[in-house]
Design a binder for this molecule. Structure first.
Ligand code: PEP
Ligand code: MG
Length: 741
């Protein structure tokens, strides 16, 4: 049956973004969407701004008279503003619809023929209302049951144009009352309140600006609670390029629904990109009907708050910091300054006494301290070196940390206000008191590209989304043991024994996919787990499977485990997780890496397992033992290239324990012997046509070491996120000087 001819109402399918003045922003966008292939919008019609003007016409002089009076007497008087608002609103709400308007609305409602209720929503003419924040000021009514109620609520929408807040806003923004108008949208209700689900989704991760992921927030029942910020909803993450769900904690809906929603979000964003001539992130409201189980889009608008990170922070002292007493010194981690009350803790059991913003002072931390480290404004440890894993975790969390002070827990008094400084080169200082410092923002807008690829070291999947927004060429090192410690916490052999190996794989997949997804399509190198036996033993259930070793640093770690009958099945779980991320999630930017390989025979055996488990990825080996350099020609045939692990290569070349504070003054990657090995192995790789990079800590800490690598012609090296920008600028300068020579 052809639609009736209307003049004061318009069907959603007959309108689009060009009709904004006639139907308001919300209706215009619903009109755009309802005609998009693959998008379902609840059917409905718009009561146009012409209808509003028609309705208001008999009252217009009276309204304008009151507005004039308000203008003359001043909007500042809240009593007058309130009274004027109340008077105008009751005039509108008491006025009857004339036959023409009532007839059109009635006919359209009958033609819509809703099985259940309808929603009655205000749709403001956004082009006239200068600020997006104005949206949402007018009323919306859900679950409107019949025609009579619909007419009543329509009037209430009209009258909501004259709330005191709206009038005052218009006055404040210089918007003329002569031109105000409103459209109302009538739509079939999606039954989200009855066994349904509703929510919001964004085509960007709103916290970090990472645009590889669609963020969906579902909520059981009606979506208003989310929109109003009353509930803290689940956060679902979906990969944009493959529509695979990588985070779905509570399964309010199954993955297939979220994939479908993400697909629709991408289609909507693409549609508007075509219209605007550029990509605009979208903020979309949706609902799943509790009866039909169908998904509907309820609204879509550009996401206005978020923009990409455009700057990077640099910390420096501005005052005479020498006036402040030095309480301890050690090695710096992270290039920041932090301050707060010193809190000395003996063990992680005292975790509850630690307050946000305090400076943690302790003997040594391990991954169990993570919850405290997150809250700390600074960390000071007696033990450990710059490359110990506690330091690496602190750096990534962006907390300034001083390791290896030897005396911190004794020389710093409990409760003393201290400043932790990691910005003065190789010696970090704990000051008593608070010397003044400033933070400078470096613009990320004109960051050069470089021949040498500068990648990032990423530990925690939680940081990946933000780090990927920095200038970078991918991830040079993501350590699996960090993901296992923070996301799983249980020994793989223990889970295998319980028959719960799927838990291990699933959780690992979740961490891996978050990192690889954040950086897609740039390459990401995951290093197979390289816990030492003492660290493995700390995982739940680990003691039963781990030997007591005199020197775990040089013991059963890396490759030697993977083919060993006592560990092989656990290694295969890591391979299974890699395979799933590559094959099921389409993250073909994933590469894998094998640490601590002592002999070519070990290389052969591990490579055979990786291939046997069907991991189709680039496979790299870490070069971190002198044998790897001396016999490079025998190791490299099994791999696509080397990534030099300068942390271990320094340890193994100089024969010192990198975790020992006693010999830490001798630990220096710039030692000539280490540099000779590195220069030599870069040459060999190049001769053999293999890729060569470096993923140890040295270039993050020492600009002269970064320069040395560039001059050796290394293909890539990776640094921590805090120095990503600085390193890139430095490398560009070095490369330019090389070219000018
Ligand atoms: C290295 O040894 O340089 C390295 C990057 O690995 P890890 O620090 O995890 O031993
Ligand atoms: Mg290593």
């Amino acid at each position: 049956m052809p639609s009736k001819q209307y003049s004061l109402v318009r069907w959603l399918k007959d309108i689009g973004s060009d009709d904004l003045a006639l139907v308001g922003g919300k209706n215009a966008s619903l009109g755009e969407l309802i005609n998009l292939e693959g998008i379902k919008v609840p059917n409905g019609f718009a009561i146009t701004t012409d209808a509003f003007k028609h309705f208001v016409a008999p009252l217009r002089d009276e309204i304008m008279e009151r507005v004039e009076k308000l203008r003359a007497d001043g909007y500042e008087s809240m009593t007058l503003l309130d009274r004027t608002s109340r008077e105008i609103r009751s005039m509108l709400e008491e006025q009857s619809f004339d036959d023409r308007l009532k007839g059109e609305i009635t006919d359209a409602y009958r033609e819509l023929n809703p099985v259940g209720n309808v929603a009655v929503r205000s749709s403001a003419t956004a082009e006239d209302l200068p600020d997006a924040s104005f949206a949402g000021q007018q009323d919306t009514f859900l679950n409107v049951a019949n025609l009579e109620e619909l007419l009543d609520k329509t009037k209430k929408c009209f009258s909501s144009l004259y709330t005191a807040r709206a009038m005052s806003y218009r006055h404040g923004t210089g918007f003329s009352e002569d031109d105000v108008s409103l459209s109302v949208g009538i739509q079939v209700m999606v039954r989200a309140d009855w066994n349904g689900v509703s929510g919001v989704m964004f085509t960007v991760d709103t916290e970090t600006g990472n645009e590889n992921l669609i963020l969906i927030t579902p909520h059981r029942g009606l979506g208003e609670a989310i929109v109003q910020g009353e509930v803290k909803p689940d956060e679902i993450l979906v990969l944009r390029h493959s529509l695979c769900v990588i985070q779905n904690p509570q399964k309010i809906l199954d993955d297939a629904h979220y994939s479908e929603l993400a697909k629709q979000a991408v289609a909507i964003e693409d549609h508007y990109a075509g219209k605007f001539g550029r990509r605009v992130y979208m903020d979309i409201e949706w609902a799943l009907d509790g009866q039909s189980r169908e998904l509907f889009i309820l609204q879509a608008r550009p996401e206005t708050i978020h923009s990409r990170a455009v700057s990077h922070k640099r910390y420096f002292f501005v005052d005479d910091k020498e006036k402040f007493e030095v309480l301890a010194t050690g090695r710096p981690v992270g290039m920041k300054i932090g301050h707060g009350a010193a809190t000395i803790l003996d063990s992680v059991a005292e975790i509850d006494s630690f307050k946000e913003g305090q400076v943690l002072v302790t003997r040594m931390t391990d991954p169990d301290w993570e919850p405290i480290m997150k809250k700390a404004s600074g960390i000071v440890t007696d033990q450990g070196g710059r490359t110990c894993h506690a330091a690496i975790v602190a750096r990534e969390m962006g907390v300034p940390c001083i390791v290896g002070t030897e005396t911190g827990t004794k020389t710093i008094a409990q409760g003393r206000e201290v400043t932790v400084s990691c910005v003065e080169g190789e010696l970090a200082t704990v000051f008593s008191g608070l010397p003044a410092y400033e933070v400078e923002e470096i613009s990320l807008e004109h960051i050069p590209t470089t021949r040498t690829k500068i990648m990032l070291n990423v530990g925690s999947p939680d940081k990946a989304l933000a780090s990927a927004c920095l200038p970078q060429d991918g991830v040079g090192l993501a350590r699996l043991e960090f993901i296992i410690a923070s996301h799983i916490g249980q020994h793989p052999l223990y889970l295998l024994k319980l028959g719960k190996e799927d838990v291990f794989v699933e959780k690992l997949v979740s961490g891996l996919s978050r990192i690889a997804g954040a950086f897609f399509p740039k390459p990401v190198i995951f290093r197979f787990s390289d816990f030492k036996s003492n660290e493995y033993a700390n995982l739940t259930g680990g003691r039963a499977f781990e030997p007591e070793e005199e020197n775990p640093m040089l013991g059963w770690r890396g490759a030697s485990r993977y083919y060993d009958d006592r560990y092989r099945e656990a290694f295969k779980l890591e391979c299974a997780a890699m395979r799933k991320v590559i094959e099921e999630f389409g993250l073909d930017n994933v590469n894998v890496m094998v640490p601590f390989v002592r002999t070519p025979r070990e290389a052969e055996r591990v490579r055979a397992i990786i291939d046997g488990e069907g991991v189709k990825a680039g496979v790299y080996m870490m070069c971190e033992i002198p044998s790897n350099v001396i016999l490079a020609k025998d190791f490299l045939p099994y791999f696509d290239g080397y990534s030099i692990g300068s942390n271990d290569l320094t340890q193994t070349t100089l024969g010192l324990d990198r975790d020992s504070a006693l010999v830490s003054h001798l630990y220096d990657e710039r030692n000539e012997a280490v540099k000779i090995l590195i220069a030599s192995v870069i040459r060999t790789c190049k001769e053999m046509g293999k890729k060569v990079g470096l993923c140890g800590q040295a270039p993050s800490d020492f600009p002269d070491f970064a320069k040395f690598l560039v001059e050796c012609g290394i293909d890539s090296f990776s640094v921590t996120a805090d120095v990503a920008v600085k390193t890139r600028l430095l490398v560009a300068e070095i490369e330019k000087a090389q070219a000018d020579r």
